[in-house]
Design a protein. Structure first.
Length: 388
């Protein structure tokens, strides 16, 4: 065997076939003829003295030898990427690329906001964001197609390291005027009587809901199903029915008072975890490490994801806390510490009087939510402009 063959273009073509599952798709992505890809793969097999793939009618899958070569090639490429990142790091975090794979629910608000926040400090770092299914996220991380995976998980995954993990219970998402919106807690048994909008049948959330309904012998017939979390939330906001989602994926809609979320007491709805994943054993590039640290800091500052509903004059008042800012009654109340913001939220919960609670707990500034929204939109436009 010629060792140098493992460092040549043949390995790059081989890895693309692994990612795509076929020679023709790999050739299309590499912008070369399929015959060129076939020749390089055949050359690898000839030099190594063994077949690397099982050829099937619907594509190509790795055999045991191919798995070993793919693992070696990915580690080698990641080592190259890491060294390049460390060289850039000698200049400070002024250049670099972070590749993220995440589920659709986190792609609408959480991940773009986290990237925008990070780039205010490190404008030279670029990002790619790949939206895929919950099942595919750890596979992208393991295959080296993504540096970071952001997803919801019920189980552990081989060759995946969990950098951040926290509970992410499923919430009921309802229109603000729904008759159950004022409840502190709900069950599936109370909700299935209303029109249901559910994720498609392949999603783990849909499977959790169906398992719980089956266990309790409850009907589970959605009037609408979709792969898009945003479409389901828009249906609910328009008064079409109820859906289910994690609090973090609904953060923007909660802030702008489009929907309400209520905790569920069913045990299956409280077993999910939010995870930030990387490849086990990989020395992460500096830019990736810094972005994970930035996300950790942002999540720790968001000390209370759970919204609190309190009665006020027979209505519903929302109070949510994000870091040192609390949102209540259409206003954003700023505080000197996270503890003060949380104390304000508890005060609102018990009294229903945010104005008095703001005075009691030392609010430093009060801004109307529409002004906050206008400011955030202006910041997004600025972030979309050319990097300095």
């Amino acid at each position: 065997m010629k060792a140098q063959v493992l460092q040549e273009i043949a390995v790059r073509y081989f890895l693309e076939v692994v990612r795509c599952g076929s020679v023709s798709l790999a050739a299309e992505r590499l912008e070369v003829a399929p015959s060129a890809v076939s020749r390089q793969v055949a050359r690898l097999e000839r030099e190594l003295g063994t077949l690397l793939f099982e050829r099937r009618a619907r594509g190509m899958t790795l055999n045991a030898a191919g798995e070993l070569l793919a693992a070696h090639a990915r580690r080698a490429q990641q080592d190259v990427d890491r060294v390049a990142g460390e060289i850039l790091g000698l200049k400070g975090l002024r250049q670099g690329l972070v590749r993220i794979a995440c589920t659709e629910g986190f792609a609408h608000d959480f991940v773009p906001s986290a990237i925008a926040h990070f780039r205010r400090h490190y404008a030279g770092i670029h990002f790619t964001l790949d939206i895929c299914s919950q099942r595919e996220v750890p596979l992208r991380v393991r295959d080296g197609a993504a540096d970071i995976g952001i997803t919801l998980s019920l189980t552990s995954h081989r060759d995946v390291r969990v950098e951040l993990r926290m509970p992410s219970p499923v919430r009921a998402v309802l229109p603000r005027d729904h008759p159950l919106a004022h409840h502190a807690e709900l069950s599936l048994a109370q909700l299935v009587a209303y029109p249901l909008a559910l994720p498609d049948a392949d999603s783990t959330l849909r499977q959790l809901i169906e398992i719980s309904c089956s266990r309790q012998q409850l009907p589970c017939e959605p009037v609408m199903s979709s792969r898009s979390v945003d479409a389901l939330a828009a249906f609910v906001a328009a008064g079409g029915g109820v859906t289910f989602c994690g609090e973090l994926a609904m953060r923007a809609r909660l802030r702008w008072k489009q929907v309400v979320t209520v905790p569920l007491r069913d045990r299956e709805m409280n077993e999910r975890h939010f995870e930030v994943q990387t490849l086990a054993g990989r020395a992460l590039p500096l830019a990736v490490q810094a972005f994970i640290a930035s996300m950790r800091e942002q999540l720790e500052e968001t000390a209370a994801w759970d919204r609190m509903t309190v009665p006020s004059n027979g209505g519903v008042m929302d109070c949510s806390v994000e870091g040192k800012v609390a949102f209540a009654d259409g206003q954003a109340y700023h505080f000197a510490t996270v503890d003060a913001a949380l104390a304000f939220a508890e005060c609102v919960k018990s009294s229903g009087n945010p104005g008095q609670c703001a005075v009691t707990h030392g609010s430093t500034r009060q801004v109307a939510l529409q002004d906050v929204q206008a400011q955030e939109e202006a910041e997004r436009r600025e972030d979309d402009g050319p990097a300095p």
